[in-house]
Design a protein around this ligand. Structure first.
Ligand code: NAD
Ligand code: LMR
Length: 331
């Protein structure tokens, strides 16, 4: 039996927390032979609710769950941590865009980044889910400078899975028949769902769907606005699909994507024309706990790829200066 890994989940008493914890405990994120110790972080007023979640997890009797720590102290939660799902943040309500949450949520990621820097393992890996995920991830990484930037990722897997879900529904096939989609850029309305290299049962998506007008119109709009549509319908932001996407992302990152393309918002490095400095979603393949960017021909989408990058640099420039000192934005 492997030694257990310490997995932090922030916002563990929230909606996504409630969906994600049984999945992690069952082995869906780190593999069926990998025991876990859950390090659950909440704000003080939510500790009673968190206690209830802990009781339920114990009652599930998961064989891989080797321990649970509940705390309101980031220094306790991140102590010797191997992995984290950074979920704890305020969700948007109807009428808001995700960037409206930056002022409210950025401080959370500053504090947690500082704790990670001090007490997490140097091999620590983090997936940021709390919105606006890309820029929160940047704040987190900036405050944990001794952890490699490649160990931070913001979640765009939900947008990726939504793209697969819409195509499978339209084509009348199963999601596993759809391969090679990805989503570029920010987890916001400027994201760029990309299907030009994708296939359905091995055939090009455009050929199978046979309706370019639907692809350019309703399909793209549905992906970009899905989060808002769910808030409108449920009165709450997506939770079970968000938790599922976080599990998918972490699983493929750590256990391998099995040759498949997945979308991950990782530190930009000049690829796809995006200079270093923001967490930008690109197509990746993962093996042995590392991602590698896949080079696809997205030259026809160059303007849209630039627009979503510009939005991320704007978020960085206009809001980040309130929270971190960064000479790159001091102009
Ligand atoms: P929620 O309100 O149900 O839960 C959030 C939890 O975070 C609450 O229990 C709250 O007490 C806790 N929290 C707040 N500040 C904290 C702190 N400093 N430390 C630890 N915990 C803290 O919200 P939710 O529906 O679970 O969503 C959580 C976040 O995930 C939101 O920002 C939401 O917008 C985002 N989200 C992102 C995606 C994505 O695709 N990236 C998808 C869905 C939701
Ligand atoms: C989503 O995409 O469902 C989440 O980011 C929640 C939101 O605010 O849209």
């Amino acid at each position: 039996m492997k030694d257990p890994v310490r997995v932090v989940v922030t916002g563990a008493a929230g909606q996504i927390g409630y969906s994600i914890l049984p999945r992690i405990s069952k082995g869906d994120a780190f593999g069926p032979d990998q025991p876990v110790i859950l390090m659950l972080l909440e704000i003080t007023p939510a500790l009673t609710a968190l206690k209830g979640v802990e009781m339920e997890l114990i009652d599930c009797a998961f064989p891989l769950l080797h321990g649970i720590v509940c705390t309101d102290d980031p220094m306790v939660a991140f102590k010797d941590a191997d992995y984290a799902f950074l979920v704890g943040a305020f969700p948007r309500k109807a009428g808001m865009v995700r960037a409206d949450l930056l002022a409210k949520n950025a401080g959370i990621f500053k504090v947690q980044g500082a704790a990670i820097e001090k007490v997490a393992k140097k091999t620590f890996k983090a997936l940021v889910v709390g919105n606006p995920a890309n820029t929160n991830c940047l704040i987190l990484a900036e405050h944990a400078p001794s952890i490699p930037r490649k160990n931070f990722c913001a979640m765009t897997r939900l947008d990726h899975n939504r793209t697969i879900g819409q195509l499978a529904t339209r084509a009348g096939c199963t999601p596993s028949d759809v391969e090679g989609v990805c989503v570029f850029g920010n987890h916001s309305a400027s994201m760029v769902p990309f299907i030009e290299a994708a296939t359905i049962k091995g055939k090009p998506v455009r050929e199978v769907i046979g309706d370019d007008e639907w692809i350019a119109g309703e399909f793209i709009k549905t992906i970009k606005t899905r989060g808002g549509a769910i808030i409108k319908a449920r009165g709450l932001s997506s939770a079970c699909s968000a938790a599922n996407a976080a599990i998918d992302c972490m699983h493929d990152w750590i256990c391998g994507s099995d040759g498949k393309i997945v979308s991950m918002a990782i530190m930009s490095s000049g690829k796809y024309g995006v200079p270093e400095g923001v967490f930008y979603s690109v197509p990746c393949k993962c093996k042995d706990g590392e991602w590698e960017v896949v080079e696809l021909d997205a030259s026809k989408q160059a303007d849209a790829l630039k627009a979503t990058a510009d939005e991320l640099f704007d978020e960085r420039k206009t809001r980040l200066s309130d929270y971190i000192f960064d000479p790159m934005i001091a102009d």
